[in-house]
Design a protein around this ligand. Structure first.
Ligand SMILES: NC(=O)c1ccc[n+]([C@@H]2O[C@H](COP(=O)([O-])OP(=O)(O)OC[C@H]3O[C@@H](n4cnc5c(N)ncnc54)[C@H](OP(=O)(O)O)[C@@H]3O)[C@@H](O)[C@H]2O)c1
Length: 344
């Protein structure tokens, strides 16, 4: 496991893809004509009243009463135009009873990915989504509320990684990597978790590099990241501090490891543990299960061609968590690898 973690960490930082992805990763506004929906989907409407859209609330929504709201279950996968995300959509199209949304920040790349799966006889839906663009997230949120009255499965897969050979200053790498992998994933959770329907499933695709980065943190930081009572605000402050410390050139002195990707995934796993606790407090009895996972070391643009797993194999653990059967009481709030709960 430790050997694989090291290999994977190195692999995620060896090709130029990570830096290219990060340069494309600037927040940008999405104009109405850029927003693509499935041909049968309505255009987004103003948000419906109420933040939590459960099934009963959904039945009371104007769109449902007018016969426009679908009772079909719905799954969304972020960053799914290629790599593990595309493989997760492929598996969900085969195994999930309902509509499966392939999402991409770039509409053209998204359309090409949809066409690829259509050639395989599958029928994914499409919606534009750049997780670093709040307007894009909110457009998807409003679309899901309006068309489905909520969401059944959310897989937060989108992520970036700089490569070892990338000469971008470490402080910039830290800011850009944390912006997508931690802060933008937190943004989408903030907007979409209130939409989760009873028995909903949320999967945050983290990494073994997060666990490995945790073990390289100071004892003080390790204690904070393993705490059962750390709050989301405290975690956000720590992630902001990491970025600030890299800018001041003091991150090692302050107990951080020199891996922006690793710290971003430590943050994502800790965020998942916090979100699961929040669900226990606010949605007790709704049977929603939320976990972080590692897909393993997977042959993608991010990790390179030497990785042992195919994207379909990398999708197995995320899909297992996305399809935990109704009524299951766990795993919840865990970090899962190879379909097994790992000690954090
Ligand atoms: N591959 C591995 O060995 C491995 C190991 C552990 C964890 N992971 C994690 O698994 C997830 C998928 O990785 P992968 O290997 O499949 O990487 P990948 O092939 O580079 O794919 C990453 C996907 O995320 C998308 N993305 C990046 N920034 C985005 C944004 N702001 N909004 C929306 N989409 C965005 C990319 O879109 P573009 O095409 O537009 O760039 C792409 O579709 C990541 O979270 C990664 O950290 C991977």
């Amino acid at each position: 496991m430790a050997k694989t973690a090291t290999q994977s960490d190195a692999a995620t930082r060896t090709s130029a893809e990570g830096s290219a992805a990060s340069l494309r990763n600037k927040p940008r506004a999405i104009s109405a004509h850029q927003q693509l929906h499935s041909p049968s989907s309505p255009q987004p409407h103003a948000p419906l009243s109420g933040d939590i859209v459960g099934s009963r609330a959904a039945l009371q929504q104007p769109a449902f009463r007018k016969g426009r709201m679908s009772s079909t279950p719905v799954a969304v996968v972020t960053g799914s135009n290629k790599g593990i995300g595309l493989a997760i959509v492929r598996a969900l199209c085969k195994k999930f009873t309902g509509d499966v949304y392939l999402t991409a920040r770039d509409i053209q790349r998204g359309k090409e990915a949809v066409a690829k799966l259509q050639e395989e006889g599958l029928k994914p839906q499409f919606h534009q989504l750049d997780i670093t663009d709040l307007q894009s997230i909110q457009t998807l949120r409003d679309f899901l509320k309006e068309k489905y009255g909520g969401l059944n499965v959310l897989v937060n897969n989108a992520g970036i990684a700089f490569k070892v050979a990338d000469t971008t200053p470490f402080a910039i790498q830290a800011e850009v990597t944390l912006r997508t992998n931690f802060f933008a994933t937190r943004d989408i959770c903030r907007e979409l978790l209130p939409l989760m329907k009873p028995n909903g499933r949320v999967v945050n695709v983290s990494s073994m590099c997060g666990a490995s980065a945790l073990s390289q943190c100071s004892q003080d930081l390790q204690q904070k990241f393993r705490s059962e009572t750390i709050t989301e605000e405290e975690l956000v402050k720590l992630m902001e501090k990491f970025v600030e410390d890299t800018k001041k050139g003091v991150h090692e002195k302050e107990g951080w490891p020199s891996t922006a990707y690793g710290v971003s995934k430590t943050g994502l796993t800790v965020l998942s543990r916090i979100q699961a606790r929040q669900l226990n407090e606010t949605r007790k009895g709704d049977g929603i299960l939320l976990n972080a996972c590692c897909p393993g070391w997977v042959r993608t643009d991010m990790a390179g061609p030497r990785a042992p797993k195919s994207p379909d194999e990398g999708a197995e653990t995320p899909v297992y968590l996305a399809l935990l059967p109704p009524g299951a009481d766990g795993p919840h709030g865990q970090y899962v690898s190879e379909k097994k709960v790992q000690k954090w």
